[in-house]
Design a protein around this ligand. Structure first.
Ligand code: NAD
Length: 338
């Protein structure tokens, strides 16, 4: 099987590539990205073909690669809340427009597409747990520009679904719920809000800066270790008896349900075990921050986000294994142990 991974140099793409190359000698990867730092060690593998290319510019190259693959993973996107509010059109151009072109190529050449939706599409839905087929997708007013990411992804979900009906596009939509692990973000960058929440807190610790709980940190998230996410993706690629065909799956760990405040305290506690951080951690306080000051006025948050994973359990035979403390330890070891 030839798998085209666009955005292979990112967090999910690098882990997915690594897992495939380690376990499936009969699968070949064509990897496309503008960055390659996270996949340098894969370059020597004969089943890994890396092409440095910008999907906003190199349309012909992408079309050629789509023609020659069996499955497409379009993973290139901006998934950072600070950019949603500071540069919403950049999010629209990459996450929506560029990915729409790839979806249309999948339709044109009859290719299977495995598309990253997001837990963010459920937005401010107040269901206790989000169900792929039943929960509403609830976003805020237009002036709250944060929702441009959620809307871009939701619209692509709807477009892909509609192509599935009209043109028999073979697709799977997966919705990651806060996947965490090594290589998530570069924590050497010390600007507040430049990383996703776990890596932001790790970055703050590394730079001896206080940890900000945006609007008090009572927001609840379910944290999922990257290896659990990747094992779901491998099952989706395998698609045994077409179990993943034309399906949407929440991929998250409902047992790792923690508030951001609890997360901050856990991370600070765990950071004390690293000798080089001991003195820095002593100075760090966990403080409340106003979202308008932290992200800007057009931010709006989601208070609770818990997936139902019954469908993934039933159809894929998948369930997440890694509990919160192990997830944080493995991630923090990657960033702090060396
Ligand atoms: P990431 O930011 O780590 O990776 C994205 C990759 O895309 C990067 O390597 C980047 O260099 C590349 N890229 C950006 N612009 C490009 C361009 N113009 N041309 C080519 N490559 C380009 O993101 P990730 O965490 O790996 O997420 C992958 C996908 O999964 C995204 O669509 C994201 O929205 C979605 N997602 C991720 C999570 C999560 O928990 N990580 C949650 C929900 C959805």
């Amino acid at each position: 099987m030839n798998i085209l991974i666009i955005g292979a140099g990112g967090f999910i793409g690098s882990h997915l590539s690594e897992e495939i190359l380690a376990r499936r000698k009969d699968w070949r990867i064509t990897a496309v990205d503008i960055a390659s730092e996270k996949i340098e060690r894969l370059m020597e593998d004969k089943n890994f073909d890396f092409i440095r290319s910008d999907i906003l510019k190199d349309f012909d190259l992408i079309e050629e690669r789509v023609k020659n693959c069996d499955v497409i993973f379009p993973l290139a996107a901006i998934a950072n809340p600070l950019i949603y509010v500071q540069n919403p059109l950049k999010v629209f151009e990459l996450d929506f427009e560029a990915n729409l072109r790839i979806v249309k190529l999948a339709v044109k050449y009859g290719k299977r597409i495995i598309f990253p939706s997001t837990s963010e599409v459920y937005g401010m839905c107040d269901d206790d747990e989000f169900l792929e087929e039943d929960s509403n997708c609830v976003t805020g007013p237009i002036c709250r520009q944060r929702w441009i990411y959620s809307c871009s992804k939701q619209m692509l979900d709807r477009v892909i679904y509609a192509y599935g009906i009209r043109d028999n596009l073979h697709y799977t939509l997966f919705r990651p719920f806060n996947w965490i692990g090594p290589r998530l973000d570069d924590i050497r960058n010390e600007n507040n809000g430049s990383s996703r929440v776990v890596t932001q807190f790790l970055s703050n610790i590394l730079h001896g800066k206080n940890i900000n709980l945006v609007d008090g940190g009572s927001q609840v998230r379910c944290f999922t270790y990257i290896s659990d996410g990747i094992s779901a993706l491998v099952k989706i690629i395998e698609n045994k008896d077409n179990c993943a065909d034309k399906q949407i799956f929440n991929i998250g760990n409902p047992r790792n349900e923690y508030s951001i405040r609890e997360l901050a305290h856990k991370i600070v506690e765990l950071a004390k075990k690293y000798d080089k951080l001991k003195n820095l951690v002593k100075k760090i306080e966990i403080v409340a921050a106003n979202s308008a000051d932290y992200y800007g006025k057009s931010y709006q948050d989601v208070s609770k986000r818990v997936p139902s994973i019954k469908k993934a359990e039933r159809l894929l035979g998948w369930r997440p294994l890694i509990a919160m403390d192990e997830l944080l330890s493995k991630t923090m070891d990657f960033y702090f142990a060396n």
